[in-house]
Ligand binder design. Structure first.
Ligand code: F6P
Length: 464
């Protein structure tokens, strides 16, 4: 009897990682399921760090293609054990679209237009119930798969309620939470209904440790806790590291090399300004394009004498305002191209089809990389660009990105709301620097980034 039970019980792990998005998802194309790599910094970091550990990665699945792939047992990645958890459609829409993305993401990134939003109506409370249900399902899966005294790494705002739920049933676990986004200030968090913000904070404080990408987000969290009587867990500032070896290996493959060749043929000897982002409201794409437009206006000799390649990939397309944002971005690019373009020159080339090899090629070949989010937990693209660029290019970086705390002294820092300052930074970075300044900056950036690895990051944030 015991033997039968042992055979049917799933394997338990000493390290369990849980996140909403997993490393793999599927697209339904022409009746076949096409695997695609999950996007985002969290995925890159965990994919690099986990193969060296005996770990299980639990993540949610909800779309029809993912569900079909799940039924066929297609979720597997070399070197990592995966546990995809199916979530029903209604729960996922309430939890992921409405609470995680349209409420918490907006709050954490300061994206609300306060005249109109947010409004916590009856639907909000229905959705929050879905968020609770979703967190409970994920927490139950962790409780089932973690061995006695295991370490659990819970990631991000989708799973804020997991530490509290898990602590109740598994007091033996070491629960480490990591915040990959900014954390809101006390006055921002107070926008949430009292009961909701108390529930979120209380759950988080059941963690043994909470990690942040920057000191600023850690001190916001402390400030939020200060008006409660909740205990303070151990707080860490540990920015995620890039996997330089993997990036370099990937960049040396033929598809990246071919993309690089095409890029260099198109841009020629003119300075190449690049951005690589998701089509995401916090990325501040429109002010970035307006800053470029102002540069063309203010320094007319730059017209026809530089190019801007914007690689902006669709994100959260199930949400109406993300679809509208994409249309606005396309409209602004069209307007600038019509105003300044000539038969021989297109000022901005906007590509919205996701192509990883082309993104890497662009990061290797920019003269200027524009990373100007209105607010960002870290921003891995800035770090990747600084690490693998081959032209000793410069990064124009938002002072409100967590990456600024780590690399700001080696970039052109900008207030993301200031189009004038951003246009001046673009101009200086593209047209006014000496080779020796660029070389010196590049050497320092490379040294700093190569000392940190995803493996060291996961050891630090899991206290192991
Ligand atoms: O910034 C935190 C993060 O979890 C990233 O890893 C990821 O890019 C994003 O948020 C989540 O995006 P998505 O909604 O596409 O999973």
């Amino acid at each position: 009897m015991d033997q039968v039970r042992a055979e049917t019980l799933p394997r338990r792990y000493s390290l369990v990682v849980v996140s909403n998005r997993g490393p793999l998802s599927f697209l339904n194309t022409e009746d076949t399921l096409k695997p695609i790599r999950g996007s985002g910094g969290l995925i890159s970091g965990l994919l690099a760090a986990l193969p060296s550990r005996d770990a299980l990665w639990i993540s949610a699945i909800a779309g029809t293609a993912d569900m079909a792939a799940f039924k066929q047992g297609l979720f597997s990645v070399p070197g990592i054990d995966l546990a995809p958890v199916p979530i029903d459609h209604e729960t996922y829409v309430g939890a992921y679209d409405r609470i995680a993305n349209e409420t918490l993401w907006f709050l954490y990134h300061g994206l609300f237009d306060m005249t109109y939003e947010p409004s916590f109506d009856d639907q909000f409370y229905v959705d929050f119930e879905s968020y609770r249900r979703y967190n409970q399902v994920m927490s139950d899966e962790v409780a089932l798969r973690a061995e006695l005294n295991a370490v659990v790494l819970v990631n991000d705002y989708h799973l804020n309620l997991v530490p509290g739920m898990l602590r109740e049933v598994r007091p033996d676990l070491t629960i480490c939470f990591f915040v990959h986004t900014p954390f809101p200030s006390r006055s921002e968090l107070r926008i949430l209904p009292l009961q909701v913000r108390t529930e979120l904070l209380e759950s988080l404080t059941h963690s043994d440790s909470i990690g942040f990408h920057s000191e600023r987000w850690r001190s916001n969290f402390l400030e939020c806790l200060s008006e409660t009587s909740l205990p303070t867990p151990r707080l860490l500032v540990e920015p995620l590291a890039i996997d330089l070896t993997e990036l370099q290996e990937r960049a040396s493959r033929s598809d990246t090399q071919e993309s690089a060749r095409l890029l260099n043929t198109e841009s020629g000897t003119r300075p190449l300004i690049v951005r690589v982002d998701r089509l995401e409201l916090s990325k501040n794409l429109i002010r970035g394009f307006r800053a470029f437009e102002r540069m063309l206006e203010e320094w007319p000799h730059t017209q026809s004498n530089c190019s801007f390649l914007a690689l902006c990939y669709p994100s959260r397309t199930s949400i109406d305002r993300y679809r509208r944002y994409r249309e606005e971005v396309e409209h602004v690019v069209k307007e600038i191209n019509e105003r300044f373009g000539t038969p021989h020159w297109t000022p901005i080339t906007l590509k919205t089809d996701d192509n990883y090899a082309r993104s890497l090629a662009a990061l290797q070949n920019f003269d200027v990389l524009l990373v100007n989010p209105v607010r960002d937990g870290l921003n891995l693209v800035a770090l990747e660009g600084l690490a693998i660029n081959q032209r000793k290019g410069s990064v124009v970086l938002s002072e409100d990105a967590g990456a600024y705390e780590l690399m700001g002294d080696l970039t052109f820092g900008v207030n993301p709301f200031d189009i004038v300052e951003t246009s001046q930074a673009l101009y200086s970075a593209a047209f006014e620097q000496t080779l020796s300044t660029k070389e010196e900056r590049y050497r320092k950036a490379h040294n700093r980034l190569s000392q940190r690895t995803p493996q060291l990051w996961i050891e630090a944030v899991t206290l192991t």
